[in-house]
Every structure is written in structure tokens, then in C-alpha cells.
Design a protein around this ligand. Structure first.
Ligand code: MTE
Ligand code: MOS
Length: 770
């Protein structure tokens, strides 16, 4: 089944925040944000701005009736800076005007002076200075101290990954409309309507039930609107609260890039120990997470880095420590993979380093160490592993050895171009690592004409969750998908929702929908047995099996004269409820942070990708030739949607690893602040070919209809692009001293192609390959 939004999308008829018809007297907001990364506000002169054309009011921290606090996990983030600013782009004042243009023009008329304070941008420096968001955490298994003694080889190194701009097509934005009795309706482009509601209540000092947050869909979120949509929605609500008028704010792209946080850059140290048979016996890692100026979701992101620090491998002795370091960058936040990719990059770097030193391909270490069913992750959960199956299937389908030989052959006969490939196994845990967040509700109404309306806490952001929820109801009721409508995500209909994140929205909200539909079906079944057996000529002494198939009722396998419509009407006439609000929470998950052990994930998603690239060794530019994947879908309930998620995730992951380069200068100013200076993959730079083989695994698990979560895991296949480029560079320049420092931009490729290579080496190298 196609994504139910596809028709409206291509016709431009889908509703996003900017498509909501504006009410009369709507006002427009714009933020005056800090021009410096750290300092004390000395003076704030708003007189000229106040008198500027169209300006209605300017709000500052003093105008906040409740708490000036938007920190979700740690209360360390002001909505509007009061006395100090902590990052370039921190909101200081909110201008409300009669037009967008007037609001933006007035921003430029605000004059402020600051007493600058020292700026930290490097997480290692922050850690040295004791600037930590939360105390460090360590995941441990086995005994790392004694394990080193048993290792034949030990390698150490450092690995860095940069941030990533979310670049959702729809920028952040919100629209608040006052209602009667002090209530406010907030349309928000958010992944977490409840987060908006809760935070707005805190800032305004009103109870949550006064705030209706409504989200139709997002033009992409990718984690960037899990927490960071909140500020803009709360600012609109604040203005609307004071002025009793509708207030809208949708950010200009450059404002969005400047003021919002991104994927966390990490700097990490690793130490890996192997025995003679290439078994990894010990692994130690220290992660320095660049959290930015406030906690935001950093503690949770850091936790997932630790969970995924050994990727798909079984390592008996592990010690991984992570520091969430406070710097003066915009607070970094969730981004597809949620810290997992950063953790995985480091162990892949450690393996690559070991392979280099031992002069063997990394794949021979990778394959030997894939986690098997029954083996334990460092956090105590036992694997139900598909890691080996994925790898073997990859080898069988794509023939790893043959691919490598073809590449070697090509490289031997080509001077200017060199190819490289890398294999990237992935293992990603599904569930919010904060156990309590794994809960969802679904409200299903069957109307008397047989049509169905569903509301859940899931937010549609292009990933197809609404399509999947609709499929759940269509399957349970066995009715035409066109008779089902998925409603907007709304905090008055569904309360206390977890954000749509952790790839878990389809599982959690789908299962809640399944339960709601099953309960309605049970009631309908009773009616059917009471009412329609008469016409079906069936022995009434036993309870006959009931079935709904393509909108017809079957009793005892025999088609009756009753349709879905007739049954629904009969239920209504008998005063039986046709509505249900169901609650779902996955069983069996738990985690004890005091021991850092438990069973945090409902299940894991596995997969293996081979990434192949060609480098132009004259120019440093490159192409991604192909990505060949075996991905564990469980049993996909929607292959079109799921393949789309895989392809999109892979391209986004490759972008992070290759061309997307965020640059902050030492003063904490974002230099890559526009699409002219920040390059994301376009149609010319996506892989020339992506092949995805669906591994069907029927293991009983907690995925909706055994269709495993797919939103985030494929992004991590993109990490293979980094290592493939590295191998291509090494094919040209075996002495290249390549740092593990992503992204591998064309500039870095060029520098590495020629680094530490004398003219003598160049000649030798060329004569060898020529
Ligand atoms: N796909 C699209 N098209 N747009 C998005 O914003 N977000 C990703 C992923 N796929 C995203 C996407 C992220 S970060 C997550 S956590 C999941 O979708 C969330 O949705 P799910 O739980 O329904 O998979
Ligand atoms: Mo996704 S990063 O969990 O929103």
C-alpha cells in the first residue's frame, strides 16, 4: 500500500503549518537572538524597535508569567535569556508585529551590549573545566583490567564525528490561537505535542488542560523537532496569552539553522584488544559529547551512545564512559539514530585501525565478532541475534570476496581513480531507553455508516506512521482502507503522549490501535452471533467462529447476509459502544541505571550493508557507486514505506559521513549557516544504486504485526561510506595517515591522498599501479 499522503503531497494539497488558514487579526512573531556565544547582557535598548512600523509589543524574560524554563530533562534552559546568553542564537526578546516583514525589520532595530565571557566550543575542553551536563556514565561488562593481559594485539586511537543539520524541509514554526476561558490552541510543527503542552503550561503558569496542541504533519523532523520545536510554540503561546490574539511564527531557514541545535558532535578515545584468532576480547571507549549550552535531550542521546558502543559485536570485556560536555553552541539534540551512530563509528574506527595494523581487511575482524543469540550486550540484555544471518545473506547475495577482487583489479589498472568498499553491520535497539516513555494510546471511533476515525499520539513526519496505523485498523476490521481516517495528533484527544521518536511510533501507537480495534471487534462479534446466525442456518448450541472478511460477516466459515455496515448499525441500535480508547505498553522491558543493566529494548533491528565508492585522486571528489544491503524487516507490513525509510536513512547517513560539514568558529558562530555553505546530498550525490534485500525474520517480537521498526537503523549503513572512502584513499596512498575524523569531505580526501607522501613515494606508487 502506498503512503496515504502521497496523492496529496504531489498535488500540493497536504496541510503543513503554513497551510493552516489564518484567522483575522493574526499577528507575527520574530526573535531577537544573541549575537555572541557567551556573555552577560549589559544593556538592551528596544526603544527604536518598539516604535518601528507595525510593532505591537516586545516581550522579554520579565514578561513570563510562569517559569522561564524549557529544559525537559534538566531544568537548565531559559526560554528568553534573562541576564546571560549561552550561545549565538539564544532568544533574548520576542517581537510581535502586524506582519512577518515588520517583525523581522524590527529585530534589526534592537540594540544590546554584552560583557563577553569565555567561549568553549570543544567538548574535551569543557570536560577539563568540569562543565558537565550530568555526571558521567559508564557501561561495563566482564573485567577490562584483566582482559588486556590476554590480548595478542592492542590498538588505541581517537575518533571524531561532526554534527549534522536536520534540514527538515519545513522549518520550525507554530501558530497559537486564543480560545475562551483562557485556553490556547497551539498548532505546532512538533514531534512531541505533549512536550509543547507541558512546557507551555510551565512557562505560562496555566494547567495543561488549557492547552490544546494540534499537529497535522511535519515537513520532516528527523529528531530536530522532538524537543526543539517547543521553544517556538511556547513563544507563540506567550504572545497570544498577553495579546489575546492569534500569533504565528515560522522561522526563516537561516534563523532556523543559526538558532537550533543539531546532531551532537563527539570526540572519542578507543582502545581495542584482540586475540590471535581476531576475537575482540576487550574494548574501552571514552566519549566526549558536545552537548551545547543546555541539556536538551543530551543525557538520553549519550545513553544511547553507550548502548550501541559495541554495535553488532559481542565483546566480553567492555568499559565505555561518556561525558556530556557543556559548550557554548546551540543545545544539540535528537537526530535519527540518537547517539547510536556516534557510538558505532568509534568501534568501526577501532576495527579499521586494527585491520590496518594487522594488514588484513576489516571485514575479517567484523565477521568473527558478530553477536550471536544468547550472548550479552554490555548492558545485560541477551541478543536474539540476526547479525550473522544478515552478514551471511549479504555474502551469499553480493559476494563480498568477489566484490573486493573486482575493486582490487580496478585499482591495479587505474591511476587517477581508486575504488574502495566497506562493510557496515548495524544493530539498533528498539524502545525508548527511558522505559516509562514506552506507552501509547489510540482512540478509535466507528461511525454508524461504518467509517472509522482514529487518533493516536503518533506524529506523521513523512515516515508513514499514519499509513501503518491505518493498515492496522483495515486489517483487524477487514474493511477498505479508504473507509478509515487518521486524525491530527491532538493533546485534547490523546493525552500524555511520548514524542514520535526512537523509531517506536508505529509499534507503540499501532499496537494501541490494534487493541482498540480488537475490543470493538469483540463487541461486534457478540452482536453478530446473537443476530446474524439466524440467517446463516447454523447450529446455535455452540459459539460459532466469527470472521469479518472484506466487509462481510462469516459464521462458521459461511458467508452470511450481513455486512460490516449492517453489523455496525445493529450494534448502535443495541446501544453497544462503537468507540474505544486503548492503552499499550510493551511487556518485559526494564533498565536499572544504578547498575547500568537491564533489558531496555523490546527487540533489536539488524542489517548489513556494503558500500562502494570511487575517488578521483586528482581532485579529491568521489562518487558513491552502490550500497548493497540485507536488512532485517521482521515481516514488513508495508514494503513501499519501509524501503523508502531505508533509502532515505542511507542517504542521510552518507551525507553526515561525507559532505555535510558544520563549521563553528572559535567564537561559537555558525559559519555553515545557509544552504550555500552547508551541502546535503542531492540527486547527483546519492548512491548510483541502492539494493535492499529484505531479510524476513519471523521471530516472535514486539513489533507491530512483526513488522520491525525501520525509521532510524538504516541511517547507520551510511557509516560504511566513510570507511569505503578511507579504503579508496589507502589504495592510492598506502602511507596516508588518515585520522578518524568524519565527515570525509572532498577537501579532506584530497589532503589525505597526498599526506605524508614524498615525491619519491608518488613515483613508486604510480609506477606500481601503472
Ligand atoms: N522519515 C521522514 N520522511 N521524515 C522524518 O522526519 N524521522 C526519522 C524516521 N524517519 C523521519 C523519518 C526519525 S528520527 C525517527 S525516530 C522515526 O522516523 C520516527 O518515526 P517512527 O517511529 O514512526 O519510525
Ligand atoms: Mo528520532 S532521532 O528518535 O526523532
Amino acid at each position: 500500500m502506498k503512503n496515504i499522503d502521497s496523492y496529496n503531497h504531489v498535488r500540493g494539497e497536504s496541510i503543513y503549518l503554513d497551510d493552516i488558514p489564518l484567522q483575522a487579526e493574526t499577528l507575527y512573531a520574530a526573535v531577537y537572538d544573541s549575537p555572541i556565544a557567551h556573555g552577560k547582557i549589559k544593556t538592551l535598548d528596544m526603544s527604536e524597535a518598539k516604535n518601528a512600523k507595525g510593532v505591537i509589543r516586545i516581550l522579554t524574560a520579565k514578561d513570563i508569567p510562569g517559569e522561564n524554563q524549557i529544559g525537559g530533562i534538566v531544568p537548565d534552559e531559559e526560554l528568553l535569556a534573562d541576564t546571560h546568553v549561552h550561545f549565538c542564537g539564544m532568544p533574548i526578546a520576542l517581537i510581535i508585529a502586524d506582519s512577518e516583514e515588520h517583525a523581522r525589520l524590527a529585530v534589526k532595530k534592537i540594540k544590546a551590549t554584552f560583557e563577553p565571557l569565555p567561549v568553549i566550543t570543544d567538548p574535551r575542553v569543557a570536560k577539563e573545566k568540569g562543565e558537565l551536563i550530568i555526571p558521567p556514565r559508564t557501561f561495563q561488562s566482564g573485567n577490562i583490567e584483566t582482559a588486556w593481559k590476554d590480548c595478542s594485539y592492542i590498538f588505541e586511537g581517537r575518533a571524531d564525528t561532526n554534527g549534522q543539520e536536520h534540514l527538515y524541509i519545513e522549518t520550525q514554526g507554530a501558530y497559537a490561537i486564543p480560545q475562551e476561558n483562557g485556553a490556547i490552541r497551539i498548532y505546532s510543527s512538533t514531534q512531541g505535542p505533549t512536550a509543547v503542552q507541558r512546557t507551555a503550561a510551565r512557562v505560562l503558569g496555566v494547567p495543561m488542560n488549557k492547552l490544546e496542541v494540534d499537529t497535522t504533519r511535519l515537513g520532516g523532523g528527523f529528531g530536530g523537532k522532538e524537543d526543539q520545536a517547543t521553544a517556538w510554540a511556547v513563544l507563540c503561546a506567550l504572545a497570544s496569552f498577553h495579546l489575546k490574539k492569534p500569533v504565528k511564527y515560522s522561522l526563516h531557514r537561516m534563523d532556523d539553522m543559526r538558532m537550533t541545535g543539531k546532531r551532537h558532535p563527539y570526540s572519542s578515545d578507543f582502545k581495542i584488544g584482540l586475540n590471535k584468532d581476531l576475537k575482540i576480547l576487550a574494548y574501552e571507549a571514552v566519549f566526549y559529547q558536545n552537548a551545547g549550552a543546555a541539556a536538551d535531550l543530551s543525557p538520553a542521546v549519550m545513553e544511547r551512545t553507550l548502548f550501541h558502543c559495541t554495535n553488532s559485536y559481542f565483546v566480553p570485556n567492555v568499559k565505555a564512559t561518556a561525558y556530556s560536555c557543556r559548550t557554548h553552541l546551540p543545545p544539540n539534540t535528537a537526530f535519527r539514530g540518537f547517539g547510536g551512530p556516534q557510538g558505532m563509528f568509534v568501534i568501526e574506527a577501532a576495527i579499521a585501525k586494527a585491520a590496518d595494523e594487522l594488514k588484513i581487511p576489516a571485514s575479517s575482524i567484523q565477521e568473527k565478532n558478530l553477536i550471536r543469540t544468547g550472548e550479552e550486550f554490555p548492558y545485560g540484555q541477551k541478543a536474539d541475534s540476526e547479525a550473522n544471518e544478515c552478514w551471511q545473506k549479504t555474502d551469499e547475495l553480493y559476494q563480498i570476496k568477489k566484490l573486493q577482487e573486482e575493486i582490487n583489479h580496478f585499482n591495479a589498472s587505474s591511476d587517477q581513480y581508486k575504488k574502495g568498499m566497506a562493510i557496515m553491520p548495524v544493530c539498533f535497539g528498539i524502545s525508548f531507553t527511558k522505559t516509562l516513555m514506552n506507552q501509547a494510546r489510540s482512540l478509535v471511533h466507528v461511525y454508524t455508516d461504518g467509517s472509522v476515525g482514529i487518533s493516536t499520539g503518533a506524529v506523521e513526519m513523512g515516515q508513514g506512521v499514519n499509513t501503518k496505523i491505518l493498515q492496522v485498523a483495515a486489517r483487524i476490521f477487514s474493511i477498505e482502507p479508504s473507509r478509515i481516517k487518521i486524525n491530527t495528533t491532538n493533546t485534547w484527544r490523546i493525552a500524555n503522549t511520548s514524542p514520535t521518536a526512537a523509531s517506536a511510533a508505529a509499534d507503540l501507537n499501532g499496537k494501541a490501535t490494534e487493541i482498540a480495534c480488537m475490543q470493538i471487534l469483540e463487541r461486534l462479534k457478540k452482536i453478530a452471533i446473537e443476530e446474524c446466525v439466524v440467517t446463516a442456518d447454523i447450529d446455535k448450541t455452540e459459539i460459532p467462529p466469527f470472521e469479518l472478511k472484506d466487509e462481510w460477516i462469516y459464521i462458521n466459515g459461511k458467508k452470511t447476509e450481513w455486512t460490516w455496515n449492517k453489523l455496525v448499525m445493529a450494534a448502535y441500535i443495541k446501544r453497544v459502544s462503537l468507540s474505544e480508547l486503548a492503552h499499550y505498553t510493551p511487556p518485559g522491558i526494564h533498565f536499572d541505571p544504578s547498575k547500568e543493566k537491564g533489558h531496555p529494548f523490546a527487540y533489536h533491528v539488524y542489517g548489513t550493508a556494503i558500500v562502494s565508492v570511487t575517488v578521483d585522486c586528482l581532485r579529491g571528489i568521489y562518487e558513491i557507486d552502490n550500497v548493497k544491503v540485507v536488512h532485517d524487516f521482521g515481516k514488513s507490513m508495508n514494503t513501499i514505506v519501509d524501503l523508502g525509510q531505508c533509502e532515505g536513512g542511507i542517504v542521510q547517513g552518507i551525507g553526515w559521513m561525507t559532505m555535510e560539514e558544520i563549521v563553528f568558529d572559535k567564537d561559537g558562530k555558525l559559519r555553515s549557516n545557509a544552504l550555500s555553505t552547508y551541502k546535503v546530498p542531492d540527486i547527483y550525490s546519492v548512491p548510483k544504486e541502492i539494493t535492499i534485500h529484505a531479510l524476513e525474520t519471523k521471530r516472535d517480537n514486539l513489533a507491530i504485526f512483526r513488522s520491525k521498526a525501520v525509521g532510524e537503523p538504516p541511517l547507520m549503513y551510511g557509516i560504511g561510506a566513510y570507511f569505503a572512502l578511507r579504503n579508496a584513499i589507502l589504495a592510492f596512498n598506502p602511507n596516508a595517515n588518515i585520522k578518524f575524523d568524519a565527515p570525509m569531505t572532498p577537501e579532506k580526501v584530497l589532503l589525505n591522498l597526498y599526506n605524508e607522501k614524498s615525491d619519491q613515494d608518488m613515483e613508486n606508487g604510480q609506477s606500481k599501479s601503472g
